[in-house]
Design a protein around this ligand. Structure first.
Ligand code: HEC
Length: 151
């Protein structure tokens, strides 16, 4: 067998062993705070503080996305959000929880709670360039560049 063949055989083995692992996926909880911990908190921190220069904070900053047009939709399209294993309804609930918990003074600007249908639509339109879309939004919302890029 050629070296390439061995690689493909190896990949097949990996796939074959990956499928049973689906049964081990973290189950979605009925408790929204628990879902934040399981599906988001590992990266963004249990208290939403993020990891400096690596993962943006959500605490006191997530609400900035509610300050200008397009931000509410943009919030749903970050890769960590759209790619979550949570169901559409579970993710909508977590996003509403994040806005309520971490949105600070901006949370009153939230026009309406997210719905599962909105999550489904956002998942079909992933962001092509996260940094560009995010920076454009921050300019529109009037967030100074040195504050907008802090992660
Ligand atoms: C594997 C790590 C990881 C997980 C899990 C994750 N995120 Fe993220 N998230 C990131 C990173 C990194 C970014 C920065 C943008 C990018 O590079 O994708 C981000 C960006 C964001 C943003 C935009 C914040 C900003 O100021 O730009 C929001 C909102 C967000 N995530 C929410 C969530 C929620 C809600 C969950 C759970 C459903 C989640 N994320 C799961 C890593 C993660």
């Amino acid at each position: 067998m050629s070296a390439g063949g061995a690689v493909w055989a190896g990949a097949g083995l990996l796939l074959a062993t990956a499928f049973p692992a689906a049964a081990l996926d973290r189950p979605e909880s009925a408790d929204v705070a628990q879902n934040y911990v399981l599906f988001c908190g590992g990266c963004h921190g249990l208290d939403g503080a993020g990891v400096r220069h690596r993962v943006p904070a959500l605490r006191d900053t997530v609400g900035r996305f509610l300050r200008a047009d397009g931000g509410r939709e943009l919030l749903l399209r970050f890769p960590g959000v759209t790619n979550s294993q949570l169901s559409d309804a579970g993710l909508a609930a977590v996003m509403n929880w994040c806005v309520a918990r971490f949105g600070g003074d901006d949370r009153s600007a939230a026009p309406a709670p997210y719905t599962a249908a909105e999550v489904r639509a956002a998942r079909s339109e992933p962001l092509l360039n996260v940094r560009v879309s995010r920076a454009a939004f921050m300019r529109r919302a009037g967030v100074p560049a040195d504050e907008a890029g802090e992660y």
